[in-house]
Design a protein around this ligand. Structure first.
Ligand SMILES: Cc1cc2nc3c(=O)[nH]c(=O)nc-3n(C[C@H](O)[C@H](O)[C@H](O)COP(=O)(O)OP(=O)(O)OC[C@H]3O[C@@H](n4cnc5c(N)ncnc54)[C@H](O)[C@@H]3O)c2cc1C
Length: 1011
């Protein structure tokens, strides 16, 4: 290409300076497309060969595309032909997938010639990956880059892989960047004169250009704690920047998913503001035009550069994570950060292209696009503004749009290729992004090459076409339809990437610190009741710090609370359901109003991390709104069966008066959940929060009263569960007990409630949620990065003190060594310390007693199994830390395999095959939550059917159930099989009643069936 390019290079590429912009865009576009057509279709879209056929099918059939990309994703981890063949069949030889008869026949043949075909397909897919990424061999990298250089194309290199899971991995990445830079500096130094694309009217620019992903440089990036991330990232970046300056290299920050966007921008500004780097190395960053924030961010970056009189480069791209961002935002209930219509992204790209060119004095613009319209627009605007066409450059990906690169070179433009280097395995996410891009119905390349769109269509202005994007419209409609039918929308978690949200919690913690040690009396009949004795609620991080003093109720006060509830209940039961439900909605609003303050209490009183505490408050809001919506639905009388002359209708009526006994681990959500369900159903309750977390319970009581709860409907008793709790459970005036807590206490309650003392009006109903010994299987083909992170989060989130926490990890033998090694490295990277510090993922356990019990179990574990790793916990006699601990070689007979530990202790057991893994997982008295990481559709199906637990999670962490979405609760010794946050939950607090009326009078009856 080089020779012909040189020959055809135009000196003055655009005769049309100024004039009609759209006409100029069309002229530029026409020139580029003309040159491309002359060069013929790129091999990428040629129908010949495996790649072309697969891409063509993928574009025709969404299901096939999903299955194919999932297969491509798992393929590099499969080591034998038999495994490849099995997966190929599982993914593609499936009736749900629309396959042509020819492919079905080919797939059937794999059972016969599985080995042969399996081996072949792997090399074919490896070849496909190599179309988009260079290998890790120095020779290969050098040869490819040198060839580009000779063609007049500049390069930027990127090391494949993103989002490291541990600090050793991040160190390795940083070192690899240094090694790569050193190697390339040596090599490019031998290349003689610069390639044309590295020469601008302002002079020569660095030929060594490196693109960096910040997620590869720190494993503990936490949205709530950007300060620590900036500190750690800067520390790993500095040696790279120093070396870049010495070598005269250019450093670009790539832009990744939205959660990292603010951090990337802040890091860029902070590290390049350091005096040491104020004059170099040359730097730039990518900006994503699909983001609604992009324009504001770009203006800010340009102002920063201008204020520092520092020229920066901006690579304007549309953005590679569109599907991901859309899905994640919808799952979390956050505003979708990307435009929903492709044309909006295109229009934004054009607006920002203009802006970059207008700021040519301080910005080196780089347009990262394969879209000829977008390119032509930049060229047309540059002509209009009289910005020299070599002041800016076009960037394209390795293996994509070669004919556009060639056309631009012929038009004397500067072209840079983005070349990812490295191993296939860490490159799979990159490959799948490229495949998605190439098969996207919205994509320019597919439209041009696969669908043969006309030149007019390809060059049409984004402002002219405004067709909605159906995929997004459909997804949103489905979510809204669900919300409209239930009247319930989940409370979104707080987005801590937003500075003002972090500030709110910080201020709330400060405020709480100024008000520690207050007294929180009992509440009976909506009146404060002072007690003669008080119990201190101590901070788990510092047992000398008193969060507050809670009244210690006596039996007499328990009787008074019960009497108040009894007196209030019958009147409350007659309050219309709509009023009761509205009260819950009001309480939800108040909880939302107080979210930062409540979060702060949980952080200090329960030792929850910021995110966990915030999640608990959000869940309490959800419970109120969910049960309100459910009660409204239940309140509509249901006709059981229609026969002429008779009406048969089922109603629900409240059970009466109950006691709610809540735990400390979800100190607001579980208490609110059990209380709100009981109350909205027309019952009155005495609530007995945990002795460890009375302050948050007192706030709930205050907010309930503020919401308008009538006197006596909810009465707060704090004190010893073994005294007042036990007294109430046995009381004949109690109609139901709602309990969440340990198995030991749960079973006692179950037994006590089963006795019927004289004077008891109803058989007591017990809603009993107890513990778990939850298991996660990691299959031999599991995505390691995801499984490590998922296991960590499940085992050590809130120090393992969740009933859903992961306690037993069963790892298939093939993966065992590697997985354990990475898990240990990842766990050792977690920050341990007071929950108040938002970057600390592991905080203290709840109290001294828990600490001693867990440490005791660790001692037992040392005798029973192999202690493979134990972390370090902050020292200090006043804190209740337990170092995170991992045991391997754990046999099913061990105590640590069987008994609930409720702390940061993880056991790992090796399984020979998936059958054994399932048997191990099911070998427990508990059945609460469980999970499986696998990329085998057959094994996923087996887990779905055979893993015995109330909540099964596939390919995701096993904690974090969301109200209404993952109704939560287990069976066996984990509880009554009921689901909190599920549609049936309210029925525990209600009696069904059926009213039958004879509607016939003298042989005459209404003919209407009433429906
Ligand atoms: C050199 C280079 C470097 C890159 N670096 C980065 C980077 O650092 N970070 C990054 O995220 N990406 C990066 N990319 C990837 C880039 O974002 C995608 O390749 C690019 O978005 C494809 O856009 P296009 O202009 O080539 O094609 P087009 O076909 O014109 O646009 C496709 C793009 O439109 C957007 N889109 C698709 N559907 C919709 C919709 N319904 N609503 C709104 N928008 C939609 C998406 O961004 C999609 O990628 C880089 C690309 C290049 C060429």
């Amino acid at each position: 290409m080089a020779a012909s390019t040189q020959a055809k290079r135009t000196k003055d590429p655009d005769p049309k300076v100024g004039g009609d912009l759209e006409q100029s865009v069309r002229d530029w576009g026409g020139k580029i497309l003309g040159l491309m057509d002359a060069a013929g279709a790129p091999s990428l879209f040629s129908r010949k060969g495996l790649y072309g056929t697969l891409m063509e099918w993928a574009m025709r059939d969404e299901q096939f595309k999903t299955q194919l990309f999932r297969f491509v994703d798992v393929l590099p981890t499969l080591n034998s032909s038999a495994e490849i063949s099995r997966h190929l069949k599982e993914y593609l030889d499936n009736d749900q997938v629309n396959l042509s008869p020819a492919l079905r026949v080919a797939l059937k043949a794999t059972s016969v010639a599985g080995g042969l075909f399996g081996g072949g397909i792997k090399s074919q897919v490896t070849g496909m990956a190599r179309m988009f990424m260079i290998g890790s061999e120095e020779k290969e990298i050098v040869a490819t880059l040198r060839k580009l250089h000779e063609q007049g194309i500049a390069f930027t290199v990127d090391i494949l892989g993103e989002a490291v899971v541990s600090e050793p991995e991040a160190d390795q990445y940083a070192q690899r960047y240094l090694d790569l830079m050193n190697m390339l500096a040596r090599e490019t130094g031998r290349w003689g004169p610069p390639c044309r694309s590295d020469v601008t009217p302002r002079g020569e620019i660095p030929r060594l250009n490196v693109s960096i992903k910040i997620s590869a440089l720190y494993s503990q990036i936490h949205p709530a704690d950007p300060d620590t991330a900036i500190e750690k990232l800067s520390a790993r970046l500095r040696p790279i920047l120093r070396r870049a300056r010495e070598l005269g290299a250019f450093i670009n920050f790539d832009m990744e998913s939205y959660v990292l966007k603010n951090l990337t921008l802040r890091l860029f500004k902070s590290v390049f503001s350091e005096p040491e780097f104020a004059d170099g190395p040359a730097c730039g960053l990518a900006m994503q035009a699909y983001l609604k924030d992009c324009e504001a961010d770009l203006r800010d970056a340009v102002s920063w550069a201008r204020a520092r009189k520092r020229r920066i480069a901006v690579r304007l791209v549309k953005g590679a994570y569109w599907d991901y961002e859309t899905i994640v935002a919808q799952q979390k209930g956050w505003p979708i950060p990307v435009f929903s219509r492709k044309k909006e992204t295109d229009a934004c790209f054009e607006r920002l292209s203009l802006y970059l060119l207008e700021n040519d004095d301080v910005v080196n613009a780089a347009f990262g696009t394969h879209n000829v319209r977008s390119i032509a627009h930049a060229l047309a605007q540059a002509s209009r503004l009289r910005v020299h066409h070599r002041n800016f450059e076009f960037q394209m990906l390795y293996g994509m749009a070669d004919s556009i690169k060639s056309a631009l070179l012929q038009l004397d433009c500067r072209v840079r290729e983005y070349t990812p280097v490295g191993e296939l395995l860490p490159g799979m996410a990159y490959l799948v992004r490229r495949l998605l891009e190439n098969t996207s119905n919205e994509g320019f390349l597919a439209n041009k090459f696969a669908k043969g769109a006309s030149r007019e269509e390809l060059l049409c202005s984004p402002l002219e076409l405004a067709s909605p994007t159906p995929a997004v419209a459909v997804k949103n409609t489905a979510i809204h339809r669900h919300a409209a039918s239930t009247g319930f929308v989940n409370e979104p978690p707080t987005d801590f990437t937003i500075p003002k949200e972090r500030e709110k919690v910080r201020v709330a913690i400060q405020k709480l610190r100024g008000a520690l040690g207050q007294r929180y009396p009992l509440t009976i009949n909506n009146k404060s009741v002072q007690t003669s004795e008080w119990t201190a609620s101590l901070s788990p991080a510092n047992q000398k710090e008193v969060i507050g003093y809670a009244g210690k109720a006596t039996i007499g006060e328990a009787e008074a609370a019960l009497a108040a509830a009894r007196a209030a209940q019958s009147k409350w039961a007659r309050v219309p359901v709509e009023e009761r439900a509205a009260l819950l909605n009001r309480l939800a609003d108040l909880l939302r109003r107080e979210k930062p303050g409540l979060t702060a209490i949980e952080i200090l009183e329960a030792g929850k991390s910021w995110t966990e505490a915030d999640g608990d408050v959000a869940e309490s809001i959800d419970f109120c709104n969910f049960y309100a919506a459910e009660m409204r639905a239940l309140a509509v009388p249901q006709q059981t069966q229609w026969v002429p002359g008779e009406s048969n209708v089922q109603h629900w009526s409240p059970r009466g008066v109950g006691v709610v006994i809540a735990p400390w681990n979800f100190p607001l959500a579980i208490l609110t959940g059990m209380m709100s369900a009981a109350v909205v159903a027309g019952n009155a309750v005495v609530i007995k929060p945990s002795e460890q977390t009375p302050v948050i319970a007192a706030r709930l009581m205050e907010l309930s009263m503020e919401a308008g709860l009538p006197a006596g409907v909810v009465n707060l008793l704090t004190g010893r569960g073994s005294e007042i709790g036990a007294h109430l459970v046995a009381h004949p005036q109690i109609d139901f007990v709602a309990f969440t807590g340990s198995r030991e206490v749960g079973l006692k309650i179950w037994e006590t409630a089963g006795r019927t003392p004289p004077g008891q009006a109803n058989l007591k109903k017990v809603v009993c949620e107890m513990g778990g010994k939850n298991c996660l299987i990691v299959d031999s083909d599991a995505d390691m990065d995801e499984a490590v992170v998922g296991a960590l989060q499940s085992a050590f989130g809130y120090q393992g003190q969740k009933c859903s926490a992961l306690s037993r990890l069963v790892v298939l033998a093939d993966n065992h060594e590697k997985f354990v090694e990475r898990l240990v490295a990842a766990t050792s990277s977690l920050c341990v310390g007071p929950a108040e510090q938002p970057g600390n993922i592991i905080g203290p356990v709840i109290d001294r007693e828990a600490q001693q019990r867990i440490l005791g179990m660790i001692e037992t574990g040392r005798k029973e199994a192999t202690l493979v790793w134990q972390g370090r916990a902050p020292e200090g006699a006043d804190a209740c830390y337990v170092p995170p601990t991992i045991f391997t070689d754990v046999k099913p007979g061990c105590r640590i395999f069987r008994e609930e530990i409720f702390g940061p202790v993880l056991t790992i057991t090796r399984a020979g095959d998936f059958d054994e893994a399932l048997a191990l997982a099911n070998d427990s008295e508990f059945a609460l939550s469980g999970g499986c990481y696998s990329r085998s559709p057959v094994n996923i199906e087996r887990a779905r059917n055979e893993l015995v637990c109330g909540n099964l999670y596939i390919n995701r962490p096993i904690t974090g159930a969301i109200v209404g979405r993952q109704p939560f609760g287990g069976f066996k010794m984990s509880g009554g099989g009921t689901k909190a946050g599920g549609r049936e939950y309210l029925q525990h607090f209600l009696f069904p009643r059926v009213v039958t009326e004879n509607c016939m009078r003298r042989g005459f009856a209404p003919t209407d069936d009433g429906s």
